[in-house]
Design a protein around this ligand. Structure first.
Ligand code: ADP
Ligand code: ZN
Length: 817
C-alpha cells in the first residue's frame, strides 16, 4: 500500500522527510498540498507534500502526519519543478525556496502566535462553533499559540481551523504585526444609483430646497464629477462644499448619497478602463512585429528601446494578445514600491484584470492574490510584481515580461534563495512554454551578448515616442571650476545657470546624487580621526536633520559630536556630500523655490514615496533631489533639466560592473529629461569628464560601451564570459574566520585548480559584527555547473565536520553580481 508521504519542510534541510499516512488519508494527498506534521520534539510545521510511495524510511520510524490542510494542491507541478530548479541552481534547499515562495499565511507552525484582529467586523452568528471558541478566547487574551488553541477547542489538529480564521481576517498572525504596511481605508462618496438620471435630480433639488447646506454638498459633488472621473473622497467633498461631515452623512442617511470604502493604494484604480485604445507608431509596430516573429521561433527576446520610446505600450499590446488567448501574463518589475505610475497605467488600460503582488501587502492580501492566481481568476490575468511574484501558482502562463531587465535589484542577496529573478523568470517561462520578453533602455551586457549570439531575439526602438529628441547631454568639468573657485557649493556655474533658466521658464528639474545623508564622512582636521561604526567596517554618515551620525549598513547611530572623540579638539569637518546637503544648498541658492528630496530617508513612511511623486507631478515642487530612486522609469511631463552632481563616485565603485552600471544609471536619469516636445538638457558634473564611460553616455554610444566592457570582461574573466559562484564566510572571530577561509579556499583549489580566487576581504569587511571573507569560483561558460557545485558541496561536508569551524557560516551566491 502507498502509505508513506515525502514532504518538504520550510527549513534548510537537504532532504525530504517521510511520514506515515493513516489508511483513510491515503487517497487524499497529492503533491503540492499542505500537510501539518510533527517535527523534532514538539514542533508542528506546515509542510508540502511531494510524493506518496511505499518505501519505509531506513533511518527512522515514520511518524504519522497530523492533518491534511488542503483539499486540492495549492502548488502546481510546474511550479514545484521550478522551485526545485531554483534550489539546485542557486545552491540552497527546497525548504528555503518554499519559505521564500509561499505567503506566510500558508505556513502556520506551532510557534506562530495568533492574535485577535481588532479591526475585523465579525458576525458571530456566521462562525462555526470551533471558530467562535477561538474568537471568544481572543477577546480576553492578547495572543494564543497553536497548541493553546488546540486545548481550547479540544481538538488535536487545529491548523486547518486557524487557516480558516486567518483567511476570514478574524485573526492575525504575529508576523503581521511587524509589517510596516497596514492598508488604509478611505471613505468615498458617490450619488446613489436612483439619482444618476437628470430628471430625478431636479426633483431632488426641489425636495432639498429647505436644506441649503445639503444642496451645497450636492452641487460641489457635481462640480467635482465634472472635473475628474476619479472617485471622490469624503474629505475632499467636505473641503469643496465647506460642509461638515454630518451634512454629508445626512445625505447618505436619506439614501441620496452613498458611502463606500476603498483601500488607499487601490484608489488610483477607478474601476473603469479609461484608456482602452493604444495606437502604436511605426517604430513600435516594427518592434512588435520583430518580437512576435521571434516568439514564433520560441526565443526569449530583448526589447532595447531608448528612454521614453514607448516600450510600455508595446508590452500592453503583447498582454492584449494573451488576454485574447485566455492566457495570463507575469509583469516583473525591479521594485514594486517605485512603480505606482506604471500600475496606474496598467489599470487604466486593463481595468480589474490586474493583480499587484506586493511584499508590503499584508499576509492576508498576499494569500488572496495567490488564491486568485491559483483559481485562474479574471482578477489575476495580469500580475505585476517584484521578484517574489514569480513564485505564484500560474495556471496558463502565456507571457513573462521583465521590465528594466538590467536592474541589479532583481538579484536577491539575503536570505536564500539568492536567485536572479530575471534568470529564474526566463526558466519559468520556458517550463510553461510561455513567451518571454526582456525590456530596457540600457540592457545588461549579458542580455545583449545573448542577443548578439542569436540565442535571444532582438528588437530596437531608437526613437522617442512622438519624435521627441533625446536630451542633450553635456559634461561639466568641476576640477577646473573648483581650482578657479568658481563653484557655488556643489554647483558649477553651468549647472547653476541652467537651473535659473529652467526655473524662469516654469520648468522642473531633477538633481541626482548617489548618496543620502548630509556628508558620508566626518573627519577631525587636527588628528585625522574618522568616526567608524562599531559593528561594521565603514565610516559613519552625517545626517544633519537629526544631527546624527549613522551607519548605512546596520543602522547604528550616535549624536553628532562637537569635538573629536580621539583628540578632543573642536575641529570636526565633513567630507563628501549627500542629497541632504544638496537640498540645503538649494534652499540657500534659490530661497523661493520648492525643493523635494527623494531617498531612503524621506520615503520610509507608507505613502511618502507616492506623495513625493504626486506633488512633483502636479508641479507643487520645482526641484526634486534624489538618489537613484529618481532614475527609475518615472514619466514626468515638465522636466526640462536633469543635473548629476558628481558622476565620479559611481565610476570609482570597486566592482567589475561599476562602469556598466554608471552607463545605465546616468542614461536612465538623463532619460527623465524632456519627455515632451522641448528638447531636454542634462548636465553631468565630474572631475574626470574625459572618462570613456562619460563620453559614451553623452553620445548615446551603447555599442561602444558594450564592446569595451565586453573586452574587459574577456581580459579579466568576468561574467558573462565566465560564471561566478561567490562563497562568503562569516564569523565574529577574526582569526578563526581567516583560518577557516584559508582552509576552504585551499580545499577548493585542490579540486578545481586556478579558477578559485581568494579568500579576500570585501570592500566592507565587517558588517553587524561579523567579519567577512569571500572566495570566488570562476567557471567558464562552456563548462557544466553541476560538477563544480558538487565539489563545493563535498568540501562543505568536510568543513562542517571540523568542530572548531562550527560557528563559521557559509553563504553561496551563484551568479554573483
Ligand atoms: P518607455 O517605457 O520606453 O520609457 P513609455 O512607455 O513610458 O516609454 O512612453 C513614454 C511616453 O509616451 C508615455 O507618456 C506614453 O504614454 C507615451 N506613449 C508611448 N507610446 C504611445 C502610443 N502608442 N500612444 C500614445 N502614447 C504613447
Ligand atoms: Zn554598522
Amino acid at each position: 500500500m502507498h502509505n508513506y508521504l515525502d514532504v518538504v519542510l520550510p527549513i534548510p534541510l537537504e532532504r525530504f522527510f517521510t511520514y506515515r499516512l493513516e489508511p483513510e488519508d491515503v487517497g487524499r494527498v497529492q503533491p503540492g498540498m499542505r500537510v501539518a506534521v510533527p517535527f523534532g520534539k514538539s514542533k508542528i510545521y506546515t509542510a508540502i507534500a511531494m510524493e506518496v510511495h511505499d518505501r519505509a524510511p531506513q533511518a527512522y520510524d515514520a511518524k504519522p502526519i497530523y492533518q491534511i490542510l488542503d483539499d486540492t494542491p495549492i502548488i502546481g507541478k510546474i511550479q514545484l519543478k521550478h522551485w526545485q530548479w531554483i534550489g539546485e541552481y542557486y545552491m540552497c534547499t527546497l525548504g528555503e525556496v518554499v519559505r521564500a515562495a509561499l505567503p506566510s499565511a500558508f505556513l502556520l507552525e506551532s510557534e506562530t502566535l495568533i492574535l485577535p484582529n481588532k479591526e475585523a467586523e465579525v458576525d458571530e452568528l456566521e462562525l462555526k462553533d470551533d471558530e467562535f471558541l477561538v474568537y471568544e478566547a481572543l477577546r480576553y487574551q492578547s495572543a494564543l499559540k497553536i497548541e493553546e488553541i488546540s486545548a481550547i477547542v479540544d481538538k488535536k489538529y487545529v491548523i486547518r481551523l486557524v487557516n480558516r480564521l486567518v483567511q476570514k481576517g478574524i485573526v492575525l498572525q504575529k508576523e503581521e504585526l511587524y509589517e510596516q504596511y497596514k492598508p488604509k481605508w478611505v471613505t468615498f462618496i458617490k450619488l446613489a444609483a436612483d439619482y444618476q438620471e437628470e430628471h430625478n435630480l431636479e426633483e431632488l433639488l426641489k425636495e432639498l430646497s429647505r436644506a441649503p447646506k445639503q444642496i451645497k454638498v450636492l452641487l460641489a459633488l457635481f462640480q467635482m464629477r465634472g472635473r475628474t472621473n476619479k472617485p471622490i473622497r469624503l474629505k475632499d467633498l467636505c473641503n469643496e462644499s465647506g460642509a461638515s461631515r454630518a451634512v454629508v452623512k445626512a445625505l447618505v442617511k436619506k439614501s441620496i448619497l452613498e458611502e463606500y470604502q476603498l483601500r488607499i493604494d487601490r484608489v488610483q484604480f477607478e474601476g473603469e478602463v479609461t484608456k482602452p485604445n493604444i495606437i502604436l507608431n511605426d517604430h513600435q509596430k516594427q518592434a512588435l512585429g520583430k518580437i512576435q516573429d521571434s516568439f514564433q521561433e520560441g526565443k526569449v527576446t530583448l526589447l532595447h528601446g531608448v528612454t521614453s520610446s514607448g516600450k510600455t505600450e508595446v508590452y500592453f499590446k503583447l498582454i492584449e494578445d494573451m488576454l485574447a488567448q485566455g492566457k495570463s501574463t507575469l509583469y516583473l518589475v525591479p521594485e514594486i514600491a517605485l512603480t505606482s505610475q506604471l500600475i496606474g497605467r496598467l489599470q487604466d488600460h486593463f481595468g480589474d484584470k490586474v493583480a499587484v503582488y506586493h511584499s508590503k501587502y499584508s499576509i492576508h492580501e498576499r494569500a488572496e492574490v495567490w488564491n486568485n492566481v491559483l483559481a485562474a481568476s479574471k482578477k489575476a490575468q495580469i500580475v505585476i510584481g517584484a521578484r517574489s511574484s514569480l513564485f505564484l501558482p500560474f495556471q496558463k502562463l502565456g507571457l513573462v515580461l521583465i521590465d528594466e531587465e538590467h536592474e541589479n535589484s532583481f538579484k536577491q542577496f539575503d536570505p536564500a534563495p539568492r536567485y536572479h529573478a530575471r534568470d529564474a523568470a526566463i526558466v519559468l517561462a520556458s517550463m510553461h512554454k510561455a513567451n518571454c520578453l526582456l525590456g530596457s533602455a540600457t540592457p545588461s551586457i549579458e542580455s545583449v551578448e545573448n542577443a548578439k549570439k542569436g540565442k535571444y531575439g532582438y528588437a530596437l526602438i531608437n526613437h522617442r515616442f512622438g519624435d521627441v529628441m533625446m536630451p542633450d547631454i553635456a559634461l561639466v568639468d568641476i576640477k577646473e571650476a573648483t581650482r578657479r573657485k568658481r563653484m557655488k557649493g556643489h554647483f558649477s556655474e553651468t549647472l547653476h545657470d541652467a537651473i535659473v533658466e529652467a526655473l524662469s521658464e516654469g520648468e522642473q528639474i531633477i538633481l541626482f546624487q548617489n548618496r543620502r545623508g548630509f556628508a558620508p564622512i566626518v573627519e577631525c582636521t587636527t588628528c585625522g580621526h574618522v568616526p567608524q561604526c562599531p559593528n561594521c567596517d565603514v565610516s559613519l554618515t552625517y545626517h544633519q536633520f537629526r544631527n546624527e551620525m549613522r551607519c548605512h549598513y546596520c543602522g547604528y547611530h550616535m549624536a553628532m559630536q562637537l569635538s573629536c572623540l580621539a583628540c578632543g579638539n573642536a575641529t570636526l569637518d565633513t567630507k563628501g556630500f549627500g542629497t541632504e546637503q544638496i537640498e540645503k544648498e538649494l534652499h540657500q541658492l534659490f530661497p523661493e523655490t520648492k525643493v523635494g528630496r527623494m531617498d531612503l530617508d524621506t520615503t520610509r513612511g507608507k505613502y511618502a514615496y507616492e506623495k513625493l511623486i504626486t506633488s512633483f507631478e502636479q508641479q507643487e515642487l520645482d526641484i526634486l533631489v534624489g538618489t537613484q530612486m529618481v532614475a527609475k522609469g518615472l514619466d514626468f511631463r515638465n522636466v526640462s533639466l536633469v543635473g548629476i552632481l558628481n558622476a565620479d563616485t559611481l565610476l570609482n565603485f570597486p566592482d567589475y560592473r561599476a562602469h556598466e552600471r554608471t552607463f545605465q544609471l546616468l542614461t536612465q536619469v538623463a532619460g527623465r529629461a524632456g519627455r515632451t516636445q522641448k528638447r531636454g538638457k542634462v548636465l553631468i558634473q565630474s572631475y574626470n569628464p574625459y572618462h570613456q564611460i562619460l563620453q559614451q553616455v553623452t553620445t548615446y554610444d551603447f555599442e561602444k560601451m558594450f564592446e569595451q566592457q565586453y573586452y574587459e570582461r574577456e581580459q579579466f574573466k568576468y561574467p558573462p564570459v565566465v560564471r561566478i559562484i561567490k562563497i562568503t564566510l562569516k564569523d565574529k572571530d577574526f582569526n578563526k574566520l581567516n583560518e577557516a577561509a584559508q582552509w576552504f579556499a585551499q580545499s577548493l583549489r585542490n579540486v578545481l585548480g586556478q579558477t578559485v580566487l581568494g579568500p579576500e576581504y570585501p570592500p566592507v569587511s565587517r558588517i553587524r559584527r561579523d567579519y567577512l571573507k569571500n572566495i570566488l569560483v570562476k567557471i567558464s561558460r562552456d563548462q557544466p555547473l553541476a560538477p563544480t557545485k558538487n565539489s563545493i558541496k563535498r568540501i562543505e561536508k568536510s568543513f562542517n565536520a571540523i568542530s572548531k569551524y562550527k560557528s563559521v557560516r557559509l553563504v553561496y551566491n551563484v551568479d554573483h553580481i
